[in-house]
Design a protein around this ligand. Sequence first.
Ligand SMILES: Cc1cc2nc3c(=O)[nH]c(=O)nc-3n(C[C@H](O)[C@H](O)[C@H](O)COP(=O)(O)OP(=O)(O)OC[C@H]3O[C@@H](n4cnc5c(N)ncnc54)[C@H](O)[C@@H]3O)c2cc1C
Length: 494
Amino acid sequence: MTRRIGIIGAGPGGICMGIKLLESGFDDFTIFERAPGVGGVWFHNTYPGAACDVPSALYSFSFELKRDWSRPYATQPEIRAYFEHCVEKYALAPHIQLNTGVVGAHWDDERAQWNVDTSHVVTGNRETHSFDVVVGAVGMFNDLHLPAIPGLDDFGGAMFHSAQWDHSHDLSGERVAVVGSAASAVQFVPEIAPRVGRLHVFQRTPNWILPKLDTPYTEEELTRLRTDPDAIVEERTLVWDRLEGFITFSDPRAVRKAQEWGELNLAVVDDLALRRELTPDFPHGCKRPLVSNDWYPTFNRPNVELVTQPIEYVTEDALVTVDGTARPVDTIVLATGFDTTKYLSVVDVTGRGNRRLDDSWSEGAHAYLGLTTSGFPNLFMLYGPNTNNGSILFMIECQVGYVLRQLRRMDDDGLEWIDVRADVMDDYNRALQVDLDAVEVWNASCNGYYRGPNGRIVTQWPHTMTEYQARTMRADFDAYDSRTARNARRQTER
Ligand SMILES: Cc1cc2nc3c(=O)[nH]c(=O)nc-3n(C[C@H](O)[C@H](O)[C@H](O)COP(=O)(O)OP(=O)(O)OC[C@H]3O[C@@H](n4cnc5c(N)ncnc54)[C@H](O)[C@@H]3O)c2cc1C
């Protein structure tokens, strides 16, 4: 098969796509990755304590099971090594161009191809490549969110984002400010607290943080996981059933129970006023569910302060809150997360009639099954809009399977391009919106990352993983407009 395929991103999505393309006989593809290594978020997020927050029994591909994670919630080095192993075992390296960011992708209707503009991160060298099909695998957690705090740029000390951890900078004995208290902060704050002199954690909104059942596996357990084929299946089934029963948040008793666990976890905080400040006023599940055993105890340390007053401005050496208090620090760590709602529009993409993806998504990113968006033929997205829930590797495998089925159909029927019908996509999104509105906990107010600028939830999948699998298994051919190669030739001749 000669179809040329360009893939943007060598995280888990791009890696899975590459492996499955090779397995299906499509070998004319290139994966562009702007980072100097593979693994996506597991390459970038090296902060102390970085780890999975969904049990890692489910965090390996079904076709390349990792049986011997050292603990139930594997840490970043292990996870990154797993994806590097996948690249090596499936001989993907010759297809990957590292240090190469995709800056634009433009559909040429006449030639029925994408012209993809890349820029080399080190040399700045720009190139244009032509592909028949483009697969965006840019993930959700790559566009760093930097807070708009007056004076931040003028801060004279060290400052870095948690996803760009400066390992050359020694925090020992320093006065450190951590801005943000969500997923990343919950993982690294307990790690750095014993080392630093003074730590100020600036919290905008508290999170529900549940106990983490994370005792490292014993040698005996690891031996069983490695040697007994049933053992990993049992582990995966256990996690699967737990997730499937919970991720739709449709059982109020389960939500309440989770919240009680959170309250139990919080009870280790000695100071009652502090405990109140750490208690969310919204239901569990409104924001990304988090787990940690050492986040709350960290606030009992004499060198750690929780600051709930908003930061008004930053001076050359201090953060000043709205009540006028200045806290001098040596280093600021921005644990402010990511802009999660842009998806592939982080790249300058133009489709049919030169329509920009950004403009198509002015009301918020949307797609059909998170995979295709009308007016952008032969463009697929992995981990696209409204596909975030459960184990993302499972969701990615469903998406990759769907893309392959469409590619095979294009070959079988001699199609130059397919383009999801606007009415099909709109009907899908209308129904999706109704389902999203029905998830009560997501509709409470909590400052999460699920909503786009227009207030619509653009990240979450409101059903089970099984439901997503069922929907993406459909042949779905009627959902697409297409053009056969013969028609195209006739059109060109005219
Ligand atoms: C700290 C953390 C913990 C997480 N824990 C879990 C978990 O426990 N379970 C779970 O299921 N999910 C978890 N996730 C979600 C995680 O993002 C997904 O599981 C998974 O990484 C998605 O893979 P991806 O390839 O789609 O995206 P990513 O992993 O984000 O990879 C995308 C890649 O695309 C590259 N890229 C982006 N733009 C361009 C461009 N223009 N040109 C070239 N390259 C580009 C990026 O550099 C990156 O390498 C976690 C995320 C974070 C940040």
